[in-house]
Design a binder for this molecule. Structure first.
Ligand SMILES: NC(=O)c1ccc[n+]([C@@H]2O[C@H](COP(=O)([O-])OP(=O)(O)OC[C@H]3O[C@@H](n4cnc5c(N)ncnc54)[C@H](OP(=O)(O)O)[C@@H]3O)[C@@H](O)[C@H]2O)c1
Length: 299
């Protein structure tokens, strides 16, 4: 299988981590230790894995992190009280509440309670608004921010490109569209945002120079949906039954990788594409938060 068209998310994430690590070192020499707090509610197994990975990466880069785990039946008011305390703690620069939250807790209310200046996930309405307006001071959500970085660092032309995004979720699809449609040399794309009510999804995809798939449907993007030479970014993480696998399932993306790779100009593997970038952008946002809150002037 030719691998020369792969966008190596692990290698690009390492580049971003190296930049972050050097900023952390500069911050520390100026007396600032970037601090990140994770808040997890309940025992969702995927959330445990994700937070564990983020903690380990923070430690490697020299970012101080700690995790507060609250029981599944924690009242919403108690979680909001904890967030208010973290907002007021000047040693904490970033706060991340791991989704999904238990059903009795209103996620929107929670994300709106984290101070916009510590909202390293980029979900607070102020940061969502800043992204929409093209303002540079806010925080961009980590997954679409990571996809943007993958496109730039893999040398994929974005300016003037036709981009089709599959999925209009608040975490990936919508912010991805907002990033790529900005009037900026790093964007300037013509963006089409498809969803479950879109007619002719296949036709839209076929004319795209860049396809970003974020719908959560296993191997949805087939070879006949991709223009030869197009760049294909697979954000999806889907469990499919596999009796031969140790756990009885395996994880696949939203793109039928085996069929699409031979015709794509560039393509992200999955795993090893978007996932590592999500964590890299979180660490970068945390250091930016520390710089902004302490006025340290580190670039
Ligand atoms: N790698 C990472 O770091 C990372 C991070 C976040 C998410 N993800 C993965 O990315 C995927 C999307 O996540 P999300 O949070 O954005 O999901 P989401 O909020 O549930 O959004 C899914 C979107 O897909 C659309 N959709 C569903 N079926 C479709 C179809 N047949 N044709 C066209 N559009 C369709 C839905 O349309 P409607 O709006 O009409 O319902 C919705 O807009 C998931 O697999 C998730 O696990 C990965």
């Amino acid at each position: 299988m030719p691998a020369d068209n792969l966008i190596d998310g692990r290698a690009i994430a390492r580049e971003v981590h190296a930049e972050t690590e050097s900023r952390v070192a500069t911050l520390k020499s100026a007396g600032v230790e970037p601090g990140l707090v994770f808040v997890r509610v309940g025992e969702d197994s995927a959330s445990k894995v994700y937070v564990g990975m983020k903690e380990r990466t923070a430690a490697k880069l020299g970012i101080r992190s700690e995790t507060t785990v609250l029981p599944e039946d924690t009242p919403e008011a108690e979680l909001l009280k904890l967030l208010a305390k973290l907002n007021a703690d000047s040693s904490v620069h970033g706060v991340l509440v791991q989704a999904p939250l238990p059903r009795h807790i209103d996620e929107t209310k929670v994300f709106s309670t984290v101070s916009p200046s510590k909202d390293v996930d980029g979900f607070h309405p102020v940061n969502v608004g800043r992204l929409m307006l093209g303002e540079s001071g806010g925080f961009v959500p980590c997954t679409p921010g990571g996809v943007h970085e993958l496109l730039i660092r893999s040398g994929t032309p974005i300016d003037g490109a036709e981009v089709v995004i599959l999925g209009r979720g608040n975490i990936v699809g919508k912010p991805m569209a907002a990033i790529l449609c900005q009037k900026s040399g790093r964007a300037n794309a013509t963006v089409t945002l498809c969803h479950s009510r879109t007619r002719n999804v296949v036709e839209h995809c076929r004319r795209a120079d860049i396809v970003v798939a974020a719908i959560g449907k296993a191997e949805f993007v087939k070879a006949d949906m991709v223009k030869p030479g197009a760049t294909v970014i697979d954000v999806g993480v889907n469990r499919v039954d596999d009796p031969a696998a140790e756990k009885g399932y395996r994880l696949v993306g939203d793109v039928d990788f085996t069929a699409v790779q031979p015709i794509a100009g560039k393509i992200t593997p999955n795993p090893g594409g978007v996932g590592p970038m999500t964590i890299a952008m979180l660490m970068r946002n945390t250091v930016r938060a520390a710089v902004q809150q302490t006025g340290s002037g580190v670039q």
